[in-house]
Design a protein around this ligand. Structure first.
Ligand code: UD1
Length: 426
């Protein structure tokens, strides 16, 4: 297992282009199954989750090349509708294949997905939506058998605006006969990106970005080239890292509209942020203030995927902050690790109370999940002395060589692989 070694206390300076969005690229890669053909998808980051998705496509019969940040995938010949358990277990997003495979082949066999240990992560809404379109789903001996001779459009109400369920149902509905309406749909920017991709493919989808999405089924689809949107969570992580180190950075390839709740919070704390088009400048010379209350919520609320990193940032703010987590019940495992670095955080049920401390100090800590790992890196960049963040593979699931990104902004961070250091600065 790789470990990151970080010598803190160096302000970040310089410019960086933000990677494409993992959470947009994953459903888009799954959607290439809907219509056979050859696709070129640009700005796909090199991440463990993307690698697993491409491996799954390959076991289904597709071929692919992922070079630089471009994926060429050919889904003309599908030879299987079975997703091996080992691959399902590695990533929650493997569930996205249900909609497209049902739409194209009328069946799929898979097991329950894996992913970060941040809560129960149910899939009942995926099932509810696909069953409403006519699929039969039987779960036995650890396998989920899903079949539909014909998918038929229907109205689906989601009890909660689940991102994955909204995307899965949208993709299945593209190949269904007639009209599907998804009520209480998730409104995340990645869903709008999926709608744009599907419409370029020839589908007829409207309403993404609102809570009602309407899909008119069609058989006339064709392969395309497409560029995914910038990753708002990676941009937010870099923003907070710059602010906590009192640095000054310029981020390129960002969409500030997708980051409004974070920009509002960091602005209230006193971080100076300017943006125009797809460029954002972050400056933070003064000490920053705590924030009374942050509540995570579905978009456009404060993203649960920024909660851990924001907590790391607030751990050295002046005053006490409160963060309430409402999306994933188990998403506070980073608290113990942040406290190991000298933070003063107390958790009561789904609410964390953060008393800002003057400084953090280096220690060995464990990345327990993807964003928890990013939070520890942010804290380590500000801490005195050296921090080691173990279980780096969690971080590799969402950040394309994070050590290179931070090194290029002047951080002293090194990846330690099998007990040997890569020379990126430390
Ligand atoms: C997606 C994102 C993830 C982000 C999350 C919430 C991707 C690849 N991942 O995950 O980074 O943290 O949105 O913004 O896009 N739920 C149910 N039943 C279901 C589905 C979900 O009860 O069938 C619940 C979950 O347990 C959770 C909440 O809904 O409490 C949100 O989950 P969901 O929006 O589905 O997240 P994901 O799509 O898994």
């Amino acid at each position: 297992m790789d470990t990151f070694a970080i010598k803190g206390g160096v302000p970040l300076y310089g410019g960086l282009r933000v990677q494409g969005a993992k959470n947009a690229a994953l459903p888009i890669l799954a959607a290439t199954i809907l219509a056979g053909g050859s696709y070129t998808i640009y700005d796909v980051p090199h991440l463990l989750d993307i690698k697993v998705m491409l491996e799954i496509l390959s076991t289904l019969g597709a071929t692919y090349v992922h070079k630089d940040s471009t994926v060429h995938v050919d889904t003309t010949n599908l030879t299987s509708a079975y997703i091996p358990h080992e691959l399902m277990g590695q990533m929650r997003s493997s569930i996205f294949l249900m909609g497209p495979l049902l739409g194209r082949c009328g069946e799929i066999v898979l097991s329950r997905p894996g992913g970060c240990a941040i809560g129960e992560r149910r899939i009942n809404l995926h099932f509810k939506g696909l069953e409403a379109l006519g699929a039969t789903i039987v779960e036995e001996e650890g396998f989920i058998h899903c079949k539909a001779d014909k998918l038929k459009g229907n109205a689906v109400f989601l009890d909660y605006p689940s991102v994955g369920a909204t995307e899965n149902i949208m993709m299945a509905a593209v190949r269904a006969e007639g009209e599907t309406i998804i009520y209480n749909a998730a409104r995340e920017p990645e869903i709008v990106d999926l709608q744009n991709f599907l419409n370029q493919l020839g589908a007829r989808v409207r309403g993404a970005g609102s809570d009602t999405i309407v899909v008119s089924g069609t058989k006339h689809l064709h392969s395309i080239d497409y560029k995914v949107i910038p990753d708002r969570i990676v941009a937010g992580t870099l923003l907070l890292a710059s602010a906590i180190t009192k640095g000054e950075i310029e981020l390129h390839n960002v969409n500030p509209q997708h980051m409004i709740s974070l920009l509002d919070i960091t602005g209230q704390c006193g971080v100076e942020i300017e943006y125009a088009h797809d460029i954002m400048k972050v400056k933070s010379k003064k000490d920053f203030k705590a924030i009374n209350r942050i509540v995570t919520a579905p978009y456009p609320g404060f993203p649960t995927d920024m909660q851990a990193q924001t907590m790391a940032f607030l751990s050295v703010a002046q005053g006490c902050s409160i963060i309430k987590e409402t999306v994933f019940e188990g998403r506070f495992r980073h608290v113990t690790e942040l406290n190991r670095l000298g933070a003063d955080i107390y958790v009561d049920l789904n609410t964390a109370f953060i008393r800002g401390v003057p400084r953090l100090s280096g220690a060995t800590v464990e990345a327990t999940d993807l964003r928890a790992g990013a939070a520890l890196i942010i804290a380590a960049l500000a801490a005195e002395g050296e921090t080691r963040v173990t279980e780096a593979y969690h971080i590799d699931r969402g950040y394309d060589t994070i050590e290179k990104q931070f090194s290029c902004l002047g951080a002293r961070i090194t990846r330690m692989e099998n007990d040997s250091f890569h020379s990126t600065g430390i």
